[in-house]
Design a protein around this ligand. Structure first.
Ligand SMILES: [Cu+2]
Length: 253
C-alpha cells in the first residue's frame, strides 16, 4: 500500500528528474536559430544559438556562419533538386541578413561579403562559450518576400555554421575540435561522421496566403522550397579571414 507521503515524494522525484532532463536537453541542443520560422514580409532580429562546445571542459572559441548566396545555390522543390535561382521563390533574395554587433562573449567579429558586396555570412572569435552554456549570436533579417508567381508555400533557407573549439587545419576536424552544422553538399566542411553531420540550422519563410495567395495551377498545399549553399560557396565563405589572413581553418595539413 502506498501511504500519501510516499506518493508525494515519488511525484516530487519524478518532477525533479523531468526538470533535469529538460535542462540538459536545452543546454546540449544542437546549434539552431532562436526563431527558425518567420512569416514573409516581416523584418526580425534573430540569433544563432550556439548549443554546446566540444565536450566537458571545452569551449567554443570561434564561430562562423554562411547564408546561401543565391548565385549558385542548390534549389529543391518538394525535396527534388531543380534548376532555377533563389529569386524565383524569394523575390528579393540576397543580402537579407546582417550581423548585429555584440561583443558580450566574442571580442572580434566581422561580416563576410560576396563580390557584389552582399553579406553572405559572418564570423566571431576571441571568447569562450563553455560546453554547458548557450551563446546568442545576433543578426537581423530583412523581410523576405515569397515570389507571388511561384507555388512556394514555404521557403527554407539552409545555413552552414561551424562552432570551433580548437583552431586547427581541416585535417584536424574532429568532435573534440569543431561542431560542423553544415549541409552535406560535398564541401570541405561536411564533417562526415562528426556530431553535427548534415544537421544544419535553417530559417523558413512561410507564405502569407491572405496577402499573397497561391496562383492558379498550384497544388492546394503549394510547394516546400529549400535554398542550400553550394559546395563551392562553402569552400569560399566558411573560412574565417581576419585582417586579410586566414584564421580558421589553418592553412596546410
Ligand atoms: Cu549537439
Amino acid at each position: 500500500m502506498i501511504r500519501p507521503n510516499q506518493f508525494k515524494l515519488s511525484t516530487q522525484a519524478a518532477l525533479v528528474i523531468a526538470l533535469l532532463l529538460g535542462a540538459s536537453q536545452s543546454a546540449f541542443s544542437h546549434t539552431r536559430l532562436e526563431i527558425p520560422t518567420v512569416v514573409e514580409g516581416v523584418r526580425a532580429s534573430n540569433n544563432v544559438v550556439i548549443g554546446h562546445a566540444c565536450g566537458e571542459g571545452s569551449n567554443v572559441v570561434a564561430h562562423t556562419a554562411v547564408f546561401p548566396d543565391g548565385v549558385d545555390s542548390i534549389i529543391k522543390v518538394d525535396g527534388a533538386e531543380v534548376t532555377g535561382s533563389a529569386s524565383d521563390y524569394v523575390t528579393n533574395y540576397g543580402n537579407l541578413n546582417q550581423k548585429i554587433m555584440n561583443h558580450s562573449v566574442f571580442a572580434n567579429e566581422d561580416e563576410k561579403a560576396d563580390a557584389a558586396g552582399n553579406v553572405v555570412g559572418y564570423w566571431v572569435e576571441g571568447g569562450k562559450n563553455p560546453n554547458h552554456y548557450n551563446t546568442y549570436v545576433p543578426f537581423r533579417s530583412t523581410a523576405g518576400f515569397i515570389e507571388p508567381s511561384s507555388c512556394a508555400s514555404s521557403v527554407k533557407v539552409v545555413i552552414a555554421v561551424a562552432d570551433i573549439c580548437k583552431i586547427t587545419a581541416a585535417s584536424g576536424f574532429a568532435d573534440t575540435t569543431v561542431n560542423l552544422w553544415t549541409p552535406a553538399v560535398g564541401s570541405n566542411f561536411d564533417g562526415p561522421g562528426l556530431h553535427g553531420f548534415n544537421s544544419p540550422a535553417t530559417i523558413t519563410y512561410t507564405r502569407n496566403l491572405e496577402t499573397n495567395p497561391l496562383p492558379e495551377g498550384c497544388s492546394e498545399a503549394g510547394s516546400t522550397v529549400e535554398i542550400i549553399p553550394s559546395a563551392a560557396q562553402l569552400n569560399r565563405d566558411m573560412p574565417i579571414v581576419k585582417k586579410g589572413k586566414q584564421f580558421w581553418p589553418k592553412a596546410g595539413h
